[in-house]
Design a protein around this ligand. Structure first.
Ligand code: PAF
Length: 283
């Protein structure tokens, strides 16, 4: 595997490749990321991965400094997956000047849910992803469904800017006890790690409650959301949200669209101790 930090060198290496398949990451790779590498391989060749902890998407009180950086272990894993190029720019490589041009997603997608609790997050994500796309120029790029809202926003960005890249979703990979794999799971104490799978358990309960509803309407959905939040609080979590939304655009369901049998997704973010976990479940 070639490890490249310089944008020009990356372009030189990829010259003439028009089927490259790209997986952007922030490193600290786990089985979830590796499943995205395998999916990337099915959709293009060569596979290019990136590791860059993107300061722009972290708020001032978030974990940019402490975000786990495990470059050598990551390199070993990517080599085993047969990744052709690892693009691992430094901040100076990717942002040689202050990044003053930014991509701002539309409010109705970018300022809800994660965007409400992490102001500037999606602007930072879109800006770096657009820049990484411009460096790698992939034919396809793979993003995990664990970051459901991120995936949707990047898809829309690619569409609205007519970027010549197909966005492929990768399924969430879970530990045996149901906890969605995430780099931030490494922050959990042993006790919190035992508690953490309850987030997915509660999402499953919400899913059953929605499916069992005889008369689906927006009031009954918000009642289910409220009870689920209360359940998390009782267990010692600090939930930011549990939201049942339309899969198509993450908007709140109207009674009419519910009657028409639209597809829903349950999204959640909640803190256990100092660690904020996110998860989601499609209905
Ligand atoms: O999902 C992530 O790891 C990051 O948000 C991404 C897409 C690599 C952008 O920094």
């Amino acid at each position: 595997m070639k490890i490249i930090s310089d944008i020009q060198e990356l372009r030189d290496h990829l010259r003439g490749q028009n089927r490259a398949s790209f997986v952007p990451t922030m490193g600290n790779l786990h089985e979830g990321h590796l499943s995205l590498m395998r999916l990337a391989r099915q959709h293009g060749d060569p596979v290019v991965a990136s590791i860059f902890v993107n300061r722009l998407q972290f708020g001032p009180n978030e974990d940019f400094d402490s975000y786990p950086r495990t470059m050598q272990a990551d390199i070993d894993k990517l080599e085993k997956e047969g990744v052709y190029i690892l693009f691992a720019p430094t901040e100076r490589d990717l942002y040689p000047q202050p990044q003053e041009y930014r991509v701002e997603p539309p409010e109705q997608l970018g300022k809800i849910l994660e965007g409400e609790f992490r102001p500037g997050f999606f602007q930072g994500v879109c800006t770096v992803v657009l820049k990484l796309f411009s460096c790698v120029q992939p034919k396809v790029a793979v993003f995990g469904k664990k970051d459901y809202q991120q995936l949707m926003i990047i898809r829309q960005m690619a569409k609205q800017f007519a970027l010549p890249v197909d966005i492929i979703p990768g399924e969430t990979i879970r530990a045996d006890d149901g906890l969605a794999l995430s780099s931030r799971n490494s922050y959990l104490t042993p006790e919190q790690r035992v508690e953490a799978p309850h987030l997915q358990r509660i999402l499953n309960e919400v899913r059953h409650q929605v499916l069992d509803l005889k008369d689906r309407n927006s009031a009954s959905l918000s009642q289910i959301e409220k009870q689920a939040v209360e359940q998390l609080v009782k267990r010692g979590w600090q939930p930011d949200y549990i939201a049942i939304r339309q899969q198509i655009d993450l908007s709140i369901s109207s009674d009419e669209s519910l009657q028409n049998g639209e597809s829903l997704v349950i999204l959640t973010a909640a803190k256990i101790g100092n660690t904020r976990l996110i998860d989601n479940l499609e209905i």
